[in-house]
Ligand binder design. Structure first.
Ligand code: DQQ
Length: 493
């Protein structure tokens, strides 16, 4: 499809879905059908490129291609033709799975990905191998290498739970590739390979092996990079994404700290890149939390998270903030004066909306459970509660009452956030129709999906239980629709 046709397709899609109450308006998603993992994010020649696992035919996983979109500002996107399509014999007949993008020393943009081929004797009837594709026209079209697959299968003698999702980087005159895997009977791992020319690869060893109980039996989508004074390995496992940070020496990672990239199981398969400003930016796939039939009926499934900037904190924990560009999506503003919240009181704000950002600063007492409720109906029978429990130091989203629709998953997603003595809770809560993405104190994130059935489930409330709290700042903005600039949309790319 030409870029002009892709523009038309996007305009038609956004018009067609305009009345869908659950389709996000400022998170990226394809014009229609299925999205899962972000693939090969890269900042190249002043443009952000986002590739993603894509089924162009329907809103369910299958027949996986690489979709592609490009942006100059991290906010507004233009669709590009499909970057990788399956069906190359002996390479990827059954799918082009997750991978990464990088630029070779001679300037050639390159994709590394997992190709899936049929293998009736193997688990799930499929074989995983690693392949490369290069672009000669500024990342628009991609040519698969004749030498594919460049790694035809796993190393001999290992009993593995999987072999996919390459992550490539350059270091000390070598190319390195990490492949997501797991050692039967031990735990998830990432297998390290080394190459001089990207074609011949030598297996080195697992860079570290997790503990099956704590870290799962298979690590999907490894993402490995230097950040601050350490290295970080992100892996997707146990239905959530975790990080391990530590020293990197003689091709071994020595993990010293670990944690969840996001406390919610909706956020998955996150993949990062460094932009020209030196920022480490992460995107993740926000999975749906409603029945498959509802996704098929909607005609779309899967959303990209907001871009998150990662930092290395002094104790080795991974810090995380929404990219500052997002402030440019802020529209009409509402501010509440500083308020003392009495214990066990709930205050409804005068502002409402399903595409908003809420920024709050709260001083808590030791027994306070603070709640910021979004997507709340007038009677409170539908409500999504973002909470922080000072006693246990827990940040979370209670989505058990998000929707009266019984087909929606009702769950609580939470994790640890320890505030220092006197440190207020600093919340940024992004509501985008069915997405609720929460960032706290630059070091914790939790994301959930919410599908209220009532059109009036748009209220915002604040409450303190157990003990009171002082709301020292509260700002709400209506967020702009990133596709509003259509038609005649020109994202400047
Ligand atoms: N999704 C891809 C795999 C990856 C998984 C397939 C993670 O490559 O392991 O669509 O969501």
């Amino acid at each position: 499809m030409s870029i002009e046709q892709l523009r038309e397709q996007r305009i038609e899609a956004e018009e067609r879905f305009a009345t869908d109450p659950h389709r996000p308006r400022y998170h990226f998603l394809p014009p229609a059908n299925w999205l899962n993992d972000p693939n090969g994010p890269i900042h190249h020649d002043g443009r952000y490129h986002l590739f993603y696992q894509y089924n162009p035919a329907e809103a369910r996983w299958g027949d996986i291609h690489w979709g592609h979109a490009v942006s100059v500002d991290l906010l507004h996107w233009e669709d590009r033709p499909i970057a990788l399509a399956p069906r190359t014999e002996g390479v990827d007949e059954l799918g082009c799975f997750t991978g990464c993008a990088f630029v070779q020393d001679d300037g050639t943009p390159t994709i590394a990905y997992t190709g899936i081929t049929p293998a009736p004797d193997q688990p799930r009837g499929r074989h995983e191998s690693q392949s490369l594709a290069i672009s000669h026209d500024g990342l628009l079209t991609w040519e698969k290498l004749a030498q594919n697959p460049v790694i035809a299968g796993p190393p001999e003698g290992l009993s593995l739970t999987g072999f996919r999702d390459p992550c490539v980087w350059r270091e000390d005159g070598h190319y390195y590739m990490l492949i997501g895997s797991g050692i039967e009977g031990a735990g998830g791992t990432a297998l390290l390979y080394r190459s001089a020319d990207l074609i011949e690869w030598e297996y080195v060893h697992p860079i570290t092996v997790g503990d099956a109980e704590r870290h799962g039996t298979m690590w999907e989508c490894p993402d490995f990079f230097a950040l601050g004074d350490r290295h970080a390995l992100l892996v997707s496992t146990l239905g959530r994404q975790m990080y391990l940070t530590g020293g990197w020496d003689r091709e071994q990672l020595t993990p010293g700290a670990e944690g969840w990239v996001d406390f919610g199981p909706s956020f998955y398969a996150g993949k990062s890149f460094e932009d020209a400003h030196g920022r480490r930016i992460l995107w993740g796939w926000l999975r749906e939390a409603r029945e498959q039939q509802a996704q098929l009926d909607a005609g779309w499934s899967g959303v990209m998270s907001l871009p998150r900037v990662l930092t290395m904190l002094p104790d080795g924990a991974l810090g995380c903030e929404p990219a500052e560009e997002l402030q440019r999506l802020r529209g009409e503003a509402f501010s509440a004066p500083a308020t003392e919240l009495r214990a066990d009181s709930e205050v409804a704000l005068e502002v409402a909306g399903d595409c908003i950002e809420v920024e709050a600063q709260v001083e808590l007492r030791s027994e306070t459970r603070f709640t910021l409720t979004v997507r709340c109906s007038p009677t409170g029978d539908e409500r999504t509660d973002v909470f922080f429990d000072a006693r246990g130091g827990r940040l979370g989203i209670d989505a058990t009452r998000s929707s009266l629709d019984p087909g929606v998953q009702a769950r609580v997603s939470e994790g640890p956030l320890a505030l220092r003595t006197g440190e207020p809770l600093e919340l940024r809560v992004f509501v985008d129709r069915s997405v609720v993405e929460v960032f706290a104190n630059g070091r914790a994130a939790v994301t959930e999906r919410a599908y209220p059935s009532r059109p009036d489930s748009v209220g915002v409330r604040i409450a303190a239980a157990g003990d009171g709290a002082a709301m020292t700042r509260l700002n709400v903005w209506r967020m702009r629709n990133i596709w509003d600039v259509l038609p005649g949309f020109d994202a400047g790319v």
